[in-house]
Design a protein around this ligand. Structure first.
Ligand code: ZN
Length: 233
């Protein structure tokens, strides 16, 4: 299978569905990650003493480290403006996705759930672009929206995270065998270690928090059946 994952910033993939991505990559599937920005508008850690150019370079390097840790097949880092994706004309955003789909022919496309997990407008914009691009394609890939469950949002109390409503979750993937790769990928994003420190205050262990990754199949529209284990089911 050919799996295309599209996210906004360096670290979205690591804190996002990295267990699933590494699992597929390590079992013979081709996994391509496209990240729309270089993360130059970040505010954590070194952002306080680096220029935007320097921060973008640092975070691009961290993303390459993460993609290698996850054993991904391909990585493309675009240089669209961090924090301003939602201000781009929708047509331009949709075209980026359309070109990817037509050139690369993914079987599966993975992006953010429409709430964007953290509610970041960049995340929400990419989710909208993906849905529109897939709806307009002649031979569309299956589109999966990644997000956290209501239980995970509760365990990360007071961080304002937007979960996938439980009744929209169609696939739950147990990524226990790939947790090591996920944690290695998160570790690559040293400039975002403050975010990681906050995550350590979750209820329960990090391992139990990250064990399951949650998806909603948004295209073709699914009939609210819950699948465990594999996106190809
Ligand atoms: Zn992000």
């Amino acid at each position: 299978m050919r799996i295309l994952a599209v996210f906004a910033h360096p670290d979205d993939e690591a804190f996002g569905p990295s267990g699933t991505l590494s699992g597929y990559a390590l079992t013979g599937h081709t996994v391509r990650l496209v990240t729309m920005t270089r993360g130059e508008a970040g505010t954590l850690g070194p952002a306080q003493h680096l220029s935007r150019e320097e921060l973008g370079r640092l975070r691009s390097g961290e993303l390459r480290c993460s993609a290698a840790a996850l054993h991904l097949s391909e990585l493309l880092i675009h240089d669209y403006p961090d924090g301003k994706l939602s201000e781009l004309p929708a047509e331009e955003g949709v075209n980026i996705l359309r070109r990817e789909i037509e050139a690369w022919h993914p079987d599966i496309l993975i992006t953010f759930h429409c709430g964007g997990i953290s509610g970041h407008p960049d995340h929400q914009a990419i989710s909208r672009w993906c849905i529109q691009a897939v709806r307009e394609e002649g031979v569309p890939p299956r589109l999966f929206a990644f997000g956290i469950s209501e239980e995970q949002a509760r365990r990360a109390h007071n961080r304002g995270l937007i979960p996938i409503p439980d009744d929209e979750i169609t696939h739950v993937i147990d990524v226990t065998p790939y947790l090591k790769y996920k944690l290695d990928a998160i570790g690559c994003h040293q400039s975002q270690s403050a975010a990681w420190e906050k995550m350590k205050h979750l209820e329960g262990s990090i391992e139990s928090y990250f064990r399951n990754e949650h998806f909603s199949q948004v295209w073709p529209e699914s009939f609210s059946r819950m699948c465990h284990g594999r996106l190809e089911d």
